[in-house]
Design a protein around this ligand. Sequence first.
Ligand code: HEC
Length: 113
Amino acid sequence: MRPLRRLLAFALVGAGCSSAFPPPGAAEVGAVKRRDPAARVENLEHGRALYLGKCGGCHLLIEPAQFAADAWPEKVERMQGERRVHLDAEEARDLVRYLVGASTVARGGGVDG
Ligand code: HEC
């Protein structure tokens, strides 16, 4: 099931479809909650909107699964510091939640339900 989903996501990128960045659902939230119990689907949705709005201006949007979930917090921090991407603390937290959840699930590490 999961490998098929990954393959499908890949095919859609090839077709130039924005579904490479599907809206977060229960699987993504569950994956984030393992380390961040306060996370809600609204936080991940907020993070996704920020990602689509703020992170594709200088380079193409990078698929969350391109990097392991653990790598994302530091990358977001570096973009803020070195590339002057402005995010307040809440925005940065939700953006990381989105990236961590999407990467975990896309890489097959999500929890069911
Ligand atoms: C002002 C321009 C700019 C914006 C906006 C920007 N980036 Fe970048 N980003 C860069 C540049 C330039 C590079 C390549 C050089 C580097 O790695 O610093 C890069 C590289 C990256 C990389 C690959 C390098 C690595 O660390 O592996 C990631 C991941 C990344 N950006 C994530 C993001 C995220 C997440 C955001 C939104 C918070 C973002 N970027 C917004 C300029 C930007």
